[in-house]
Design a binder for this molecule. Structure first.
Ligand code: BGC
Length: 885
């Protein structure tokens, strides 16, 4: 019995607001092995009964990941249904599936530049808006005739907005329209609002906050970075049964007023005054009870409609709810609520008070050595949440236009006695399907995996941020590229990265330079910060996000459209480096290199590895990725061109950073790791380089002292060079410094600094001490790719042809986990006792795998698979192998 499951449209199960024909994907399940799709039939229709399909084609072959419906030209603002059935060869002979359950997607406006007729309207006062971060509300009434068939609202804002129709918040989306390079790109959201409308007078409304658009943000802590006036824009299309269409838009006839959100910013938090509430303000059924003069006219604000793009999925919403675990008094007498987990999100409070009473919290991450609230590492971020009562009663409240990175909340003011049940934290991040799970017999490693996952949850809030707590929270390109592979193991990040990479391109400079942060909020502030002055863009290991992330995402999801879309940008970045070579060495401004490595001079952020070396290593890596990309895209001339660039870069690396005897001139761990892992070591010197890396490790008592650029690859550089034991030893080190040290210290997320909190309880300088930086969590990829051994065969992508090579070690008795790929789930468990190892694994339908046992393995038993020299080739299914070694 074959089934087609999990239909996707642009890799999402139910996108609403696609402005182009999506690619289609699906998964197969069945109760036999070796399922290989031989053909698929795809139908697309505007009704769920598929009575008159608008597309109905038989598509030969096995593609089920990124299938194009060639010739399907979707209409705007239309709900489409799709279904698929397939034929496949299987171990039980050829089989055919039934139709899948229908999936559906909704299209957006086709070309907003032409079709967007709505004004951007603001309730902010033109004279005071520059200094204000107060919220506003806007609303407008419109008539709906009987006989409405469908209604779609396209909405966006300058600032952040919550959208209401007839008193109801239209969706569970938060922090819309998200953060993009607003100077060039603003996303609008599309909602199917048919069920929220009724014949007669209806009311639309929006509450607006400053957000990333105009609140204080960035390294320079400037405000009004993109503009100084929040504004809302809505284009609501009413489609009637009689075939007619009406469009309702925001315009000068709408009204505006101040909101109860009296202050709201990303870093500083939110203040709310209930006295300013207007119950029923967005509901036409509520009589207008507002005090005279409270509603006033709105003004229109200009934003180029040609810069509006549809967003169909990957929006932020509430993801987890965590009740407070305890409330306690610190030695300093502070009342502190503990949620037990560091995270990014907000606190929802339930408080009972009377007019004028205030409930106020300040969110923070850590307790200091004395057990008191440690607020210094938040730097200038105030991270407050403040609710002022207007009436006696009990309220449940949370902020709307801010978020914080925290595990604890300091109770600054509270009416009565706060109790743990008054507080629930909730997380906010981009909606992504979980894609990986890992467990093993060492609880501290499981703790590390947990912390890595929470680093992702805390820093995938619309853009990949460095950290969620202090006055930073920026889309640092380096952090993003370092963590990208691990992120793909943990969650379905396709939509998240494709969005952010589009902003990377939007902000890429005319000379091809890639900015340090994306969106580049520092665009107009190059003077206010040392880094922006000394190195505003083009930083190795950071700017290489332009090449590395598209490649990683392509490899993990198997859809080359990301390479096509990013290709010009990738070329421009590599060409930029080539243009800035001296003697074939990439040389450009100040480079951060192996940032925050422990081998730095005391108090310095710059690791000991010369930046000339790290820059050249990344130049070579990017050129190599680009050559591979050109080859995947069938661009023969470019493949040749960038292969030559790569070869030159590699030769120059060898010439400049190895001496005549094959010793690396930089005697640091990171220099050796990059030379090995980026394949920049001549074969004849490989063994020597590996030996020297082991010595460098020994000199530190087996501890790493690597920073941002060396750490991600340390374990892999060892295990790929016959040093599996040493790789495990490194991972499993429990004392300072190392991954498990943090876990043993009680960390619930990954720290920015190895010595964020030292064994003696002292902390790294508060000026830069995040306890929720995902960068060092990049070791997560190694847990999946080596401990579990989930990998891919050379030259393949999307796990269509896996290479399963579990590498037990480190004294672990067992490890197990799974990874959800576009084709379905790979799962693997190994278990060892004194004599034998059992491996159980499964391969999803329409995929194939080779199982490569550890060297020296002697197979004792299998359930029907044949090994040649320790390797077996299998199709889909679940298998068991037992071996001795
Ligand atoms: C960020 C880092 C970032 C670095 C680069 C820091 O402030 O938190 O993670 O990559 O700056 O300068």
């Amino acid at each position: 019995m074959l089934n087609v499951t999990k239909l996707t449209f642009d890799h999402e199960t139910a996108p609403v607001g696609l402005d182009h024909a999506p690619v289609f994907g699906w998964q197969l399940t069945g109760d036999c092995r070796d399922i290989r799709q031989t053909m698929a039939q795809l139908q697309i229709a505007t009704t769920p009964d598929f009575a008159a399909p608008v597309f109905d084609e038989v598509l030969p072959g096995k593609n089920s990941i990124a299938v194009q419906a060639i010739g399907f030209a979707p209409r705007a603002l239309t709900r489409y249904y799709a279904r698929v059935r397939i034929k496949a060869d299987t171990s039980a002979g050829p089989q055919a599936s039934d139709w899948s359950a229908p999936g559906s997607f909704v299209t957006a406006l086709p070309v907003p530049g032409r079709e967007w007729r709505a004004e951007f309207i603001s309730a902010e006062d033109a004279d005071t808006c520059r200094k204000s971060s107060a919220g506003t509300m806007v609303r407008g009434d419109f008539a709906v005739r009987p006989g409405i068939r469908a209604a779609y609202a396209c909405t966006t804002a300058l600032g952040l907005y919550n959208f209401y129709l007839n008193g109801t918040k239209v969706s569970t989306d938060e922090m819309t329209p998200g953060w993009t390079s607003y100077n060039r790109r603003l996303l609008y959201q599309t909602y199917d609002v048919t069920a929220l409308l009724h014949p007669g007078t209806n009311r639309a409304g929006a509450m607006l906050g400053a957000g990333w658009y105009k609140g204080v943000m960035g390294l320079t802590r400037a405000r009004n970075n993109y503009g100084d006036r929040t504004a809302f824009s809505m284009q609501l299309t009413l489609q009637y049964d009689d075939g007619t269409t009406e469009i309702v838009t925001t315009d000068a006839s709408w009204q505006g007023t101040i909101a109860p959100v009296t202050f709201s910013e990303i870093y500083h938090g939110e203040e709310y005054d209930a006295a300013l509430e207007l119950p029923g303000w967005a509901d036409a059924a509520t009589p207008n009870a507002a005090p005279a003069g409270r509603w006033h006219g709105v003004e229109t604000v200009t934003y180029p409609a040609a810069q509006l793009y549809a967003q169909a999925a990957g929006k932020v919403s509430v993801r987890n709810r965590l009740p407070a675990q305890r409330i306690f008094t610190t030695p300093a007498g502070e009342t502190v609520v503990d949620f037990g987990q560091n995270m990014a999100g907000r606190v929802e409070i339930t408080a009972t008070g009377g007019p004028g009473d205030v409930a106020e919290l300040r969110c923070f991450e850590e307790l200091d050595a004395d057990g008191n609230a440690y607020l210094a590492n938040l730097r200038k971020a105030r991270t407050i949440m403040r609710y002022k009562f207007a009436q006696p009663g009990t309220v449940t409240w949370h902020p709307q236009f801010t978020y914080m990175g925290f595990r604890y909340a300091l109770v600054v003011q509270w009416p009565g006695t706060p109790r743990a049940e008054n507080f629930t934290a909730y997380t906010l991040h981009t909606a992504m399907e979980p894609a990986g799970q890992f467990q093993c017999s060492e609880p501290l490693v499981n703790g590390l995996h947990h912390n890595i996952t929470w680093g992702l949850k805390s820093n995938f809030l619309d853009v990949p941020t460095d950290c969620p707590q202090r006055d930073e929270r920026l889309g640092w390109t380096g952090d993003a590229q370092i963590f990208s592979e691990t992120a793909c193991w943990l969650a379905d990040t396709w939509t998240f990265y494709t969005k952010w990479l589009t902003d990377l391109v939007a902000d890429q400079l005319p000379d091809g330079g890639v900015t340090n942060v994306v969106p580049n909020i520092e665009e107009h502030h190059t003077e206010g910060n040392w880094l922006m002055r000394t190195s505003p863009y083009g930083m190795s290991g950071w700017a290489d996000a332009a090449t590395i992330i598209p490649w990683v995402v392509y490899k993990m999801y198997g859809d080359a459209s990301i390479l096509r879309n990013q290709y010009a940008s990738m070329c421009r970045w590599v060409d930029f480096m080539t243009a800035h070579t001296r003697g074939d060495l990439f040389t450009f401004m100040t480079q951060l290199g192996d940032w925050v490595a422990l081998d730095a001079e005391p108090g310095s952020f710059f690791g000991a590895t010369p930046t000339a070396l790290t820059s050249q290593a990344y130049y070579a890596l990017s050129a190599r990725i680009l050559a591979l990309t050109a080859s995947v895209l069938g661009k023969a001339a470019d493949t040749e061109k960038y292969t030559a660039v790569y070869k030159n870069a590699k030769d120059a690396f060898i010439k400049n950073f190895f001496d005549a005897e094959g010793t690396l001139t930089a005697q640091t761990q990171t220099a050796h790791i990059l030379a090995l892992r980026f394949d920049l070591t001549p074969e004849k010197w490989r063994a020597k380089t590996v030996q020297r890396l082991l010595q460098l490790l020994d000199e530190r008592g087996g501890h790493l002292v690597t920073g941002f650029l060396g750490t991600p690859y340390f374990c892999a550089a060892l295990s790929e060079n016959d040093c599996l034991k040493q790789a495990y030893d490194l991972l499993l080190k429990k004392d300072f410094p190392g991954w498990l040290y943090q876990v043993a210290q009680g960390a619930t997320t990954v720290w920015e600094h190895w010595d964020g909190r030292r064994p003696d309880g002292t902390m790294w300088s508060a000026g830069m001490n995040s306890f929720n930086h995902y960068a060092y969590g990049a070791v997560g990829a190694w847990l999946y790719s080596t401990v579990l051994g989930l990998g891919q065969q050379a030259g393949t992508a999307g796990f269509a042809a896996a290479r399963l090579a579990p590498r037990p070690g480190g004294g672990l008795n067992w490890a197990e986990g799974w990874h959800e790929t576009p084709l379905g789930r790979y799962a693997l468990r190994w278990e060892k006792d004194a004599v034998k190892t059992n491996v159980t694994f499964s391969v999803p339908a329409n995929a194939e795998a080779e199982l490569v046992l550890e060297p020296g393995a002697q197979v004792i038993a299998t359930d029907g698979i044949a090994f040649t020299n320790g390797t077996a080739r299998v199709g889909s299914g679940t298998y068991i192998v037992q071996y001795t070694k």
